[in-house]
Design a protein around this ligand. Structure first.
Ligand code: GDP
Ligand code: MG
Length: 443
């Protein structure tokens, strides 16, 4: 998967003292390969790497927490930017109804997604009208009607007023008129698709668009089709004109290649992601989350940002040195809790280290914020000697510490276990190539 590759690449970059033009170039060669293998459009990859290179080389890198972290951040910022920066949903028109036209190939998920959108807006108290605008396939209308029935949402189908069953433009016009007359907030036009892009389909969609002047023209595209989806999106955008894209079946595509490319090729934002067949499986698209997902690093980047604000580079290095040395004691652990507080939870810190998510799972020693206070109280209840040498803490001392801190012996035991685990992991990770191999075995 792309995320695994990135993790490997970024691991390589981390822990290097200085980032030179050479090793950036080397790293980017691997990023390039990974992106291409993930089915990202060739030209998109080229542009992407160019921007990363420009930003990574130069002063900014030197000012960062560590050079490796800085490159991670540049890659992430670029990924996020490529996918649209801020999230964008569907904004309702100031004068209802908001007209949403769904377009796309057959089987992409237009009808399902129309239902999902209707459900979403209904849950926000909006009145939604679904329009079955695929008269050539009566089954498509039945499918929408049954969705509407399940969701308690009205569905408009062709009626006597329509010139013929095949007159898609007329059906859409009638649907919009009805939505206007009957005070709906939102009208969703579920148009028909073909197996492939063809002129007739495009002409029909253009005609509908001209007739009803929709606020949104949303392309529904199957993420599983990768590069085909990208080409198709380009064609729809050129010939019909889109305002956004909804990617479906994303739960089956861990690569993220289509997401990256579609945005870059069409210039249109991805608005939602379909994450399953069920009607609640629709998620707003968050570029930053998707970027993190592609990088496979959870919250690491927002942490880096925070770390840049709160930690100077020297402070970070000193803390790290202390953490990995065997002289690290409970006393140091206590004083680090304060710093961790500034950064976020212990769990997040673990996530920030190489190995990220897996490491978190392995250690399973995350300290939620509220637990942090209890840990601090336990350490504060120890004597100075106990803090410096945890092996002194026997059964009766544990009881005393638990009483003094208002906790339990089990909690004291857990604290010591977590402390030892953190120390071990930090030590292993700092052990260069050998340590990384050892860590890989542990994971
Ligand atoms: P249309 O021809 O574009 O209207 O496509 P449909 O809405 O009929 O969907 C085609 C198939 O894709 C159906 O079996 C849907 O259940 C399925 N589908 C739609 N969206 C998703 C999704 O996000 N994830 C998965 N796994 N299946 C989906
Ligand atoms: Mg359909």
């Amino acid at each position: 998967a792309l995320s695994e590759k990135f993790e490997r690449i970024l691991k390589k970059l981390r822990g290097q003292g200085v980032l030179t033009e050479d090793n950036i170039a080397e790293a980017l060669k691997e990023v390039r390969l990974a992106l291409l293998e993930a089915d990202v459009n060739f030209k998109v990859v080229k542009d992407f790497l160019e921007r990363v290179r420009e930003k990574a080389i130069g002063q900014e890198v030197l000012k960062s927490l560590t050079p490796g972290h800085q490159v991670v951040k540049v890659v992430w910022d670029e990924l996020r930017g490529m996918m649209g920066g801020e999230r964008s949903g569907i904004s309702l028109a100031s004068r209802p109804p908001t007209i949403v036209m769904m377009v796309g190939l057959q089987g992409a998920g237009k009808t399902t997604t129309s239902g999902k959108l209707a459900r979403l807006f209904k849950s926000q108290g909006k009145r939604v009208l679904l329009v079955a605008a695929d008269p050539r396939r009566p089954a498509a209308g039945d499918q929408l009607a049954s969705l509407g029935h399940d969701l308690g949402i009205d569905v408009h189908r062709f009626d006597q007023v329509d010139a013929s069953r095949a007159d898609v433009v007329r059906i859409c016009q009638r649907g919009v008129e009805r939505a206007q007359e009957q005070g709906y907030d939102l009208v969703v036009l579920d148009t028909g698709g073909r197996l492939h892009v063809d002129d007739e389909l495009m002409a029909e969609l253009v005609a509908v668009k001209q007739a009803v002047n929709p606020h949104e023209v949303l392309l529904v595209a199957d993420a599983m089709t990768g590069q085909d989806a990208v080409n198709m999106a380009g064609q729809f955008n050129q010939q019909v004109g889109l305002t956004g894209v909804i990617l479906t079946k994303v739960e089956g595509d861990a690569r993220g290649g289509a997401v990256l490319s579609i945005r870059a090729v069409t210039g249109q934002p991805i608005k939602f992601l379909g994450m399953g067949e069920k009607l609640d499986a629709l998620e707003p698209f968050h570029p930053d989350r998707m970027a993190s997902r592609i990088l496979g690093m959870g919250d690491v980047l927002s942490l880096i940002e925070k770390a840049q604000e709160t930690f100077s580079r020297e402070e970070a290095e000193a803390a790290q040195k202390k953490l990995i040395s065997s002289t690290f004691t409970l006393e140091d652990f206590r004083s680090q809790l304060g710093q961790m507080n500034r950064l976020g939870s212990f769990e997040q810190i673990l996530g920030m280290l190489p190995g990220g998510q897996k490491l978190k799972d392995l250690a399973n020693s995350g300290l939620p914020e509220k637990e942090m206070k209890r840990v601090a109280a336990m350490i504060d209840s120890m004597t100075a000697r106990e803090r410096r040498d945890h092996t002194l803490i026997n059964g009766s001392r544990k009881k005393r510490i638990a009483r003094g801190s208002g906790t339990s012996v089990q909690e004291v035991n857990r604290l010591i276990k977590q402390f030892l685990q953190a120390r071990k992991i930090a030590k292993v990770m700092s052990g260069g190539a050998g340590g990384r191999r050892q860590l890989a075995q542990m994971l």
